[in-house]
Design a protein around this ligand. Structure first.
Ligand code: ADP
Length: 697
């Protein structure tokens, strides 16, 4: 598959000729509009409003399109116009034949409907994107040119209508057919996404049948190209029934490739049930239902449980919970009956696939995947040699000479199939769990927004804090690597030391500052001007700590008896807090000063997040008091983790051992990996703040 970069259409490529033939006004209701209101191309509608007011019916822009002359001459080529093929919101389509007798579809856009620069750019973008697509299941772009009245886009002819036409004729389709269609659609979408194109208007009416009844996706009018895979798009667009929830709710967070996956889920549902899942009379109600994930499988239709699982997973409100295109193709549903092709009679009556057996179906599925670029051998992605060998083998098997009935392996193969399905179901479940976890973590990360912190005005102090965060983060990463290697021998485990932790705190920063008590019983106040007074518990002494731009924090030691006069007020505040905390707060941990706690410790920074309060202590310990009252401290460069339960029970473990166990001893109910993920995110955020020029929260 070629993967040439997208090319910009040169405007000169659209040449001019004169034509003034007028189209007899033919108003047809857009096919998809029978199913739902179309809100495509809002700017086109905008242009339309500038036209003289339509008399009764609201005319579509495509109605402005003039019938092309019966002979169209362009750049030395002659095309003969054939019959009218169909009409969208914007364009009319005619059959057109070249000198050699080859037939194409000419999508014709009236120039009068391209009034604004924005509309013109959109048309050029559609042409540019469509022109650079080359895939078995995408309508092939052939050429484009213009005359005085119209712009013509020459396309591969799809003479057998759209999936919408098929559904209208048949009301519902069989699961084998829908498997076939879905495979071809996913193949095309995977190709688009690999070229960083999001279609954004996948719907039954935009997917056509070619002369061999293979599907071809068309209409790139709303397609967008991403500059990189992290880019997000913000324009609210699509067709109501098919719009993904994040397009409606994420006006600020944007959307990406997953919107196309959502539309695929809507289409599978619609083909099996007969109408789209969120269908309602009013567009607003459709939107409400989409945002709430409000749909159901009708009881009177026998949809297989495997199909329901696939649809339910695709229609996950959280885009990250949706399966990827590759994951979709691994769903057990695809292991059911699978036709070799779609027959023309299919358009009028339901096919009978009773003749198909599992082995044939599997071979048909593989062949369909290969044609649509979904196997490693056929896709444009880097080939994995092991998979290639496996594929070769599978192809060998489908070429066996003896019929199944004569093969002694007949029943064994069937048994094998059952075993494989079970394994596949388990893999699907695991993948789903992993997706849900990923999605939850992404949400947690997005929601980790600091609400308050003490501003630090010294660059050097910020650098010290950032490097402590790095050090601890690396320590956790190292423990994670050690866990992957099977853990550490006892002799190499870090020595257990209970850290000094914050046992009480009061945020009075709207007046004086942030006050805390440590497990050593020392009391500190981090004043709003950035200085700290740390009153020691076991002596009549205190520290006065400030920072400067050369050394970071500078601490001066004083006896209470000879305290400088200017600090008297500070000490009064410390006393006030000390009494307040004693009277009102209970100590969160049983930890006390240990022999190995040689140095006095103070709080360098506190940060209050929605999910926890993060404390950064001067000995490099980080403490996280989660909102659910579980608390953690990470000390000794990330090699030790302390857990403090809501009822003050405190214990310290080597990080690698905790990771190995996967849960807290005696507290298996706590989601340890979620907590560690959140703490790492806090550390990452803080590690990035190295300048006072950056906002700190
Ligand atoms: P719009 O951009 O206005 O929505 P579409 O691309 O959906 O236009 O095309 C309008 C109609 O033209 C389609 O519904 C279909 O009936 C017909 N059509 C479009 N492309 C083809 C094609 N390649 N072959 C045959 N008919 C086509």
């Amino acid at each position: 598959m070629s993967a040439a970069p997208l090319q910009i259409v040169n405007e000169r490529q659209l040449n001019t000729r004169t034509n003034n033939v007028y189209t007899p006004t033919k108003y047809t209701v857009g096919k998809e509009n029978l199913q739902h209101t179309s809100n495509k191309r809002p700017d086109h509608h905008h242009d339309q409003h500038k036209q003289p007011a339509p008399k009764k019916k609201k005319e579509k822009l495509s109605a402005l399109c003039k019938t092309p002359p019966s002979l169209i001459k362009t750049r030395g080529r002659d095309y003969r116009r054939g019959h009218f093929l169909g009409e969208g919101g914007f364009a009319r389509c005619f059959q057109i034949k070249d000198d050699s007798g080859k037939i194409f579809a000419a999508k014709t856009v009236a120039k009068i409907s391209i009034k604004s620069e924005k509309t013109r750019k959109k048309l050029l973008s559609e042409i540019q994107i469509h022109k650079s697509m080359r895939h078995f299941n995408i309508v092939q772009f052939v050429d484009c040119f213009e005359d005085d009245t119209n712009v013509y886009i020459l396309l591969e002819i799809c003479p057998n209508g759209s999936l919408m036409d098929l559904l209208k004729a048949r009301r519902v389709l069989t699961e084998p057919e829908v498997r076939f269609f879905t495979t071809q659609i996913i193949g095309a979408v995977k190709y688009m996404h690999s070229r960083r194109v999001i279609h954004r208007d996948l719907k039954l009416g935009n997917i056509f049948f070619d002369s061999n009844y293979n599907l071809k996706i068309g209409d790139f009018g709303l397609a967008a190209v991403l500059a990189n895979d992290r880019e997000r798009k913000f324009t609210v667009c699509g067709t109501p029934n098919y719009i993904a929830p994040e397009v409606l709710t994420g006006k600020h967070t944007g959307h990406s490739y997953e919107v196309d996956i959502w539309s695929c889920g809507v289409m599978i549902y619609a083909l099996l049930v007969g109408k789209p899942p969120f269908q309602a009379k009013e567009v607003n109600i459709i939107y409400e239902r989409i945002k709430a994930g409000d749909y159901a499988f009708p009881k009177d239709k026998s949809i297989s449980p495997d199909a329901m699982v696939l649809i339910e997973d695709i229609l996950s409100i959280d885009p990250l919970e949706r399966p990827s295109l590759d994951e979709i193709m691994d769903y057990v549903w695809f292991r059911g009956l699978f036709p070799p092709r779609i027959d023309p009679q299919t358009l009028s009556s339901g096919p009978n696939y009773d003749y198909l057996d599992m082995a044939q179906s599997q071979a048909n599925f593989k062949a369909c995947m290969t044609r649509s670029g979904l196997t490693s051998a056929s896709s444009s992605s880097t080939k994995d040699p092991i998979k290639l060998v496996k594929n070769d083998l599978e192809q060998e098997r489908s070429r066996t000479i003896l019929p199944q009935s004569l093969s002694p392996g007949g029943t064994k193969n069937k048994y094998q199939e059952v075993v494989d399905l079970d394994a596949q179901k388990k893999l699907n479940d695991l993948a789903r769990e992993a997706r849900i976890r990923r999605a939850q973590q992404a949400t947690l990360k997005r929601d980790l927004v600091a609400t308050s912190t003490n501003a630090i005005k010294s660059e050097i102090s910020l650098r010290i804090l950032a490097s402590e965060c790095h050090l601890t983060l690396n320590g956790i990463l190292e423990a994670e690597a050690q866990k992957r290697m099977g853990g550490l021998p006892k002799s190499r485990l870090p020595k257990l030391k209970n850290p000094i932790v914050v046992t009480k705190w009061v945020d009075y920063s709207n007046k004086h500052g942030f006050s805390y008590q440590l497990s050593t019983d020392d009391i500190g106040v981090l004043f709003n001007n950035g200085t700290t007074v740390l009153r020691l518990a076991d002596a009549e002494e205190f520290w006065y700590i400030s920072y400067d731009d050369r050394e970071g924090w500078v601490a001066s030691h004083y006896n209470l008896t000879d305290k400088p006069q200017e600090l008297a007020r500070h000490l009064e505040v410390v006393d006030f807090f000390s009494k307040y905390m004693k009277a009102n707060l209970s100590r969160i941990s049983t930890f006390v000063r240990e022999e190995y706690h040689k140095d006095d410790v103070f709080l360098r920074r506190y940060t209050r997040y929605k999910q926890y309060v993060m404390f950064e202590l001067s000995d490099g310990t980080f403490q996280f008091n989660f909102k659910d009252h579980h608390k953690f401290a990470i000390s000794e460069g990330g090699s030790l983790i302390t857990y403090i339960s809501p009822d003050r029970e405190s214990s310290t473990y080597p990080t690698v051992e905790l990771l190995k166990a996967g849960e807290l001893p005696e507290h298996p109910d706590i989601d340890l990996s979620d907590k560690i993920f959140m703490m790492k995110e806090g550390l990452k955020q803080k590690a990035a703040i190295v300048s006072t020029a950056q906002p700190q929260i």
